[in-house]
Design a binder for this molecule. Sequence first.
Ligand code: EPU
Length: 340
Amino acid sequence: MTLALETRGADLGRFNTFGLPGRAARLVHVRAAEQLRALAREPDWAHTPRLVLGGGSNLVLGGDFAGIVLKVDIAGRRLLRAEAEAWIVEAGAGENWHDFVRWTLAQGWPGLENLSLIPGTVGAAPIQNIGAYGLEIVDRFDSLDAIDLDTGAARSFGVADCGFGYRDSVFKRQPGRWLVTAVRFRLPRPWQPVTRYADVARELAARGIEVPGALDISDAVIAIRRRKLPDPAEIGNAGSFFKNPVVEADACARLLAAHPAMPHYPQADGREKLAAGWLIEQVGWKGRDLGPVGCYERQALVLVNRGGATGADVRRIADAIMADVEARFGVRLEPEPVFV
Ligand code: EPU
């Protein structure tokens, strides 16, 4: 199917999980990479603002978008190769992430279970190197195909080309440049469970599971997420709104002297990752609202749309939280979603 499905003045409210209002001058459903080559040949293409949209779960929409929104609807999933040391599985960028994870488990190709129930699409997963419960995309990544939207040319990226970091990649650093069309995952054989994250270990123990299989871990992660995180289908949100800040070891030591209970996680480079949710809770924002946007009562890292919020409302509470955390701890939080 290569037919472009295009709408003018499209309502973007249902294409962002925060439920923020805005319209797109043009919205194109991208079903195949070939459509993009045609778009890139349009005369005013170089000057047209572009927004690539997957599940819209990592987006703060500031209002109307004057350019073209490319909604990625590329489908397909298959086993590409069974190697001695890994299953190589490929999915179209438009596939729903969680459905894809559960499908791989049902097929007997485990490895993505810790990333169960993360909202969004397969194509969006590598953009911010999604991670949860002890695993990140980079740990299971093989390669991806993308279109350079500046030229319409196709290119493949190996892991070294992607510049993955914590909630970061080359794609996130160049907004509007790349449209991911397909992603390949390398699922190691034999499978090894990842259960070092305290919440996961606790949940498995509570279920009386001593030797977990991949489905047990997936089910445990789903249960933990349902307890802590609001379902975007019920209450608008974009997941973690701030990144966990990474600070120098001496800055962390100074903070610990004043706040001995502060959670902190040593990083490979000697720095320390702090828990933004803890910092936000300490300054009293957890469960508090500013206008129609709230700081979620069960996980302070998440902002929620209590009804009728705009992008400006989200910005206002985010700025207020950041100012309070900086004043108290000297730590500058960085928002995680993309502001448009
Ligand atoms: N904490 C608080 N108060 C809160 C929230 C957290 O004190 O309101 C403390 C917890 O007690 C714990 C620490 O902060 O000591 C870490 O909390 P948690 O395990 O809930 O994880 P997180 O650091 O808040 C990160 C990811 C989540 C991911 C979980 C599990 C980021 C920005 N967020 O949250 O990712 O699900 O770890 O791995 O790294 C997302 O990106 O949208 C997301 C939900």
